[in-house]
Design a binder for this molecule. Sequence first.
Ligand SMILES: Cc1cc2nc3c(=O)[nH]c(=O)nc-3n(C[C@H](O)[C@H](O)[C@H](O)COP(=O)(O)OP(=O)(O)OC[C@H]3O[C@@H](n4cnc5c(N)ncnc54)[C@H](O)[C@@H]3O)c2cc1C
Length: 428
Amino acid sequence: MKKPKVSRRSVLKAAAGVAGAGLLGGVGRAQQSQYHESPFLLGPARGNRVVIVGGGWGGVTTARTLKKINPKIDVVLIEAKEIFMSCPLSNLYLAGLKDLHFLTFDYANLVKEGVHFVNERALEVDRDRKRVYTTGGTVAYDYLVLSPGIEYVYDEVPGFEPFRAHMPVGFRPFEHVALRRNIEQFKGGDFILSVPKGPYRCPPGPYERAAMIAWYFKEHKIPGKVILLAPSSKPPKAKGFLAAYDDLYADYIEYYPNTETLGVDYEKKIVQTSLGEFDFDYANIIPPMRAGEIVRKAGVGDRWVDVELPWHQTKVDPDVYVLGDADSAGGPKSGKLAFEEGRYRVAVHIAARIAGQEAELRTPDVRNICYSFVDDEEAIWIAARYNLDEANKRRKALESKLDVQRSVKNGERAYDWAAEHWGYMFGG
Ligand SMILES: Cc1cc2nc3c(=O)[nH]c(=O)nc-3n(C[C@H](O)[C@H](O)[C@H](O)COP(=O)(O)OP(=O)(O)OC[C@H]3O[C@@H](n4cnc5c(N)ncnc54)[C@H](O)[C@@H]3O)c2cc1C
């Protein structure tokens, strides 16, 4: 590491400028889309049609639950990728402990249940005509659900964008393949892992990743060190992570809290931070995030999407629902919350509307639980219940529980948790 060259104060001022510069001019609602003449992809709907964009945690759970409630509902799932990859447990893949097969699922069982799987990218939404334009053609809807996850705001880390192919982030499905290859090719030295400013997908994810890469270095005797740069003062599940870093990886992790990444010079191999400059041999920089682009194309939100709780209708259009990481309902951006929102909120509400009934709030709370591995078999976890804060119509945490004592038992529970949720989403 180089000694800091700049005063913390001046760098922080510069950081404020970067953040304030913004880049979030929303595209807004499509007036007359360039795609408006593209042919329809599917025949006319049998009754009401629910179109879901995004075949991840929120979208698949919504599709499956709609079919469970009423198999006759016409459900269309538009997903750009042919197969799903789970980000939960993907840090085990990066450490070489699991293969890709373990994390990936196809959509065959949804198709068997009658979901139309449209393997295309949604390009625009025309809310006046109730149409989604995709790379393959047009799909008409009665109700639209957007669960597109996140995209990176590269511009908030100057210098990153032109070199993104060299520095895969690994916070969206399949980017992990290139990242794992880079980890396997890493011969030693400083491996920077930079945590973004929130809100970002899976708050404990980078800290779990630091532990798992350190585990890999230790296990394979790689003379490398994870330089963990984080803007916050402590990680989630702090006691558990910090104990693991101290007890297991004292020679493999250097942790810098209160350190914001401000830019990168890939050619000189330097990361600029609020603490000064850090040299690196490899850098896994996780940039700030925002909702997937289709929400801006649909004109329902900007950086994140404001939704009406508890049912997740957007403020601007009650026939368009947004859930998962893309919304700003409160609570961590997690697969578990996306799952709960799809299963107990969005699908229930749409199915009731189609049936001409009032939706019934059978589970007043939504629950989150997040496991983090800290070595090849031990994990820690945190769980919380969220209810509706009537005053400001956002979610509020009712209570949280955690177990920061790493154990094999917690590791086994993490596998059971994943199997249960993947089973609901993709099982036969
Ligand atoms: C390293 C890591 C570890 C994690 N660990 C956990 C954990 O232990 N527990 C947990 O609960 N969560 C965890 N998460 C978070 C979890 O992965 C996300 O919160 C979850 O994926 C959010 O679901 P989603 O439906 O919003 O988005 P996603 O699951 O990302 O699904 C979005 C889908 O939409 C598709 N899409 C986007 N735009 C379009 C478009 N225009 N047209 C067609 N398709 C489109 C994408 O291809 C993608 O398949 C972790 C994340 C990471 C990165």
